[in-house]
Design a protein. Structure first.
Lengths: 251, 397
């Protein structure tokens, strides 16, 4: 379970205008185990910054993040062990094979070789990546790279999974496969948070949705609750009202 | 995180970086083999060039232009006996010298014959360009021949007047230059060899050090790496260890090629001390420099926004090892003062020259050198770890 409370993050202003940029302001939500929680918002709304605070890469200026009850600021290393993270940056080592890329992260998590092999086989089957597992990742398609990055993130069997726009740049078939994989993670009782700017995707997958716009939580709840809050019968209209623009509606 | 897993993580990262780098075949071989191959070329090539210059300029008959050649037939005959062929100067001989078509010319004064007969100093002018190093040897030969001629004629004149010529030379000045031509060639080597060794020890591992930090961030794989529970200190240490191993491997190859080329070379180069004891000492001298270079490059690469920015540091970094060498050319220091062994680059330079000459540094010199350079490397390592702990390092875009 991941709890975010009153998160705020600003960045120093660049150029002539020295006023700090407020990236995230008072963002709070709870992501439960066995559920998929979606962060939905247009580009630049603060989703990636919020997630970076969740997965310990950034320290929030105010507020705190609790992962399974542990304060991220107090014991980041323990939190990192129970987190599987697909960051916005998902570069793979292009001179290593997909298997070696995955094994490297397994080793960094302190896993023994046989366990790594076992988990790799399982993830490769679930993500349908067996045919390119032993190829050097140079020249991989976007989908193959993303799958490698996801497998690498989940090699240590984490209870909590954070995925930053996992379907970005993927074709329809790969996206469908990925959705099925996320459903599986949910069925296994994990706490899954993923961000997207595509409404349909979030609506189709998520148990709970957190709508973020301009660094703030515009609304949160199940799809039904959101429809109710916005006072719109149509989900799409509800989102437009909540976000305040039509951006991010196009899949 | 306890110590054993810190070490474990360091080793995991190091192994991965080395494997990754070794698969980049061309960069790998270039990093490892460039200096060792360059080395024999330099030693053998420079020896050969000095030899060629000496052969052609010292022993070949020298042709010079003489203006007013008809006024001093005896001088011309004397020059010919010293291997210097005089020929009538063309009208534009001064222009020919300034355009380097000729090295040196003589002008026999108009009154030469009259002055000569009157026993007055007869004027002979040497025309040359003192800034042309290439003209040094011919000019020297002509000057020496003229002095000899003057002396012998002077002595004859004194004899003709019944005076012992020895009274005219109250001081018998002689120089004994203990440096052989080989030693002079060795002087060149003593300037250049330590420079190349320090340079390659310092930035030999640069590609790996920068690529694993600035490059990794640019390729967007640093953020996921930093999200793992591996401690930042272990990550940066592993990356630095990989760069150090590459640096040490290339150092070993350089020293090996140094040994081989010194064995092949003639003259002073073959007199350089290349016993295994000396090689071992050189390795001890260069190792701290490998650490300093790797740590400094990692710090810079961690602070740089891009690989391009990191690489642009190389220019001034390459200048650093050269500074003491240039300073020593302008202001040679005796290598006895202890403070020199605490100054980076200067200390390596002095120690390498010492070892190359077959001398051994004193224990105090060793102690000061190792303490100063290892603590500098340690401080740079701490800065690199601190950089890796900073939030902004992880964020690539």
């Amino acid at each position: 379970m991941i709890v975010a409370e009153h998160l705020r993050k600003t960045f120093p202003g660049k150029g002539k205008d020295k006023t700090p940029v407020i990236a995230v302001d008072d963002v709070g939500f709870t992501a439960h185990d066995g559920q998929i929680t979606g962060l939905l918002g247009p580009n630049g709304a603060g989703k990636t910054t919020t997630m970076r605070m969740l997965y310990t890469l950034m320290t929030p200026e105010t507020g705190r993040v609790l992962v399974d009850g542990i304060d991220v600021a107090a014991d980041p290393n323990r939190v990192r062990r129970s987190l599987g993270v697909l960051p916005d940056a998902r570069g793979v080592y292009k001179r290593l094979t997909a298997r070696e890329n995955i094994a490297y992260f397994g080793e960094l998590h302190g896993m023994p070789a046989n366990l790594i092999a076992q988990r790799t086989a399982k993830l490769a089957a679930a993500l349908q990546m067996e045919d390119f597992l032993d190829r050097v990742t140079e020249g991989f398609s976007q989908g193959q790279r993303t799958k490698t990055a996801i497998a690498r993130a989940l090699i240590h069997d984490p209870k909590n999974v954070i995925l930053d726009e996992p379907t970005n740049g993927l074709d329809v078939m790969t996206t469908r496969g990925l959705r099925a994989f996320l459903m599986e993670l949910r069925a296994e009782g994990r706490c899954v948070i993923f961000s997207s700017h595509i409404m349909q995707e979030v609506a189709a997958l998520c148990d709970r949705i957190v709508v973020i716009a301009q660094g703030k939580v515009a609304a949160q709840g199940t799809t039904d609750e959101l429809r109710e809050q916005a006072g719109e019968a149509n989900l799409e209209d509800a989102f437009v009202r909540l976000i305040g623009s039509e951006e991010g509606l196009h899949a | 995180m306890n110590n054993s897993s810190f070490l474990g993580c360091t080793l995991i990262v190091m192994r991965k970086e080395l494997r990754d780098f070794a698969r980049d075949r061309r960069t790998f071989l270039l990093t490892l083999l460039m200096a060792p191959l360059l080395y024999p070329l330099l030693i053998l090539g420079m020896g050969k060039l000095t030899q060629m210059r000496a052969d052609t300029q010292l022993e070949k008959t020298l042709e010079i232009s003489v203006q007013g050649i008809e006024r001093a037939p005896n001088l011309v005959a004397f020059l010919a006996s010293r291997g210097i062929d005089a020929k009538a100067a063309p009208a534009d001989f001064e222009a020919r010298i300034s355009t380097q078509r000729e090295d040196v010319a003589l002008v026999i004064g108009k009154d030469f014959a009259d002055d000569w007969r009157a026993g007055k100093p007869a004027k002979v002018e040497m025309v040359m360009d003192s800034t042309r190093r290439d003209a040094d040897v011919p000019t020297g030969r002509v000057r020496a021949a003229l002095e000899q001629y003057g002396q012998s004629v002077g002595a004859l004149r004194l004899l003709a007047r019944g005076v012992n010529p020895m009274v005219a030379s109250p001081v018998n000045l002689g120089t004994r230059d203990l440096a052989t031509p080989e030693a002079k060639r060795g002087l060149m080597l003593s300037l250049i060899l330590p420079l190349i060794m320090t340079l390659f020890a310092f930035i030999g591992g640069s590609h790996l050090a920068m690529d694993t930090t600035a490059g990794e961030r640019e390729r967007q794989s640093l953020e996921p790496l930093l999200a793992t529970p591996a401690s930042r200190g272990a990550l940066v240490s592993g990356k630095m260890a990989a760069a150090c191993i590459m640096g040490i491997a290339s150092m070993l190859l350089i020293l090996l090629s140094f040994k081989l080329s010194a064995a092949l070379a003639s003259g002073e180069a073959s007199a350089l001390d290349v016993s295994f004891a000396a090689i071992g000492k050189m390795l001890v001298i260069l190792l701290p420099l490998v650490l300093i270079g790797t740590a400094l490059l990692t710090c810079l690469a961690a602070a740089a926004k891009s690989m391009k920015e990191a690489q642009s540091h190389i220019v001034w970094l390459m200048m650093l090892p050269m500074l003491p060498a240039y300073a020593l050319m302008a202001y040679p220091l005796k290598d006895t003062a202890l403070w020199q062994y605490a100054v980076p680059f200067l200390s390596q330079n002095q120690l390498l020259v010492k070892v190359n000459r077959g001398e051994s540094p004193t224990p105090e010199q060793w102690a000061i050198y190792l303490a100063a350079s290892l603590s500098l490397a340690g401080v740079l390592w701490l800065i690199a770890v601190w950089r890796y702990r900073q939030e902004k390092l992880a964020i690539s875009a």
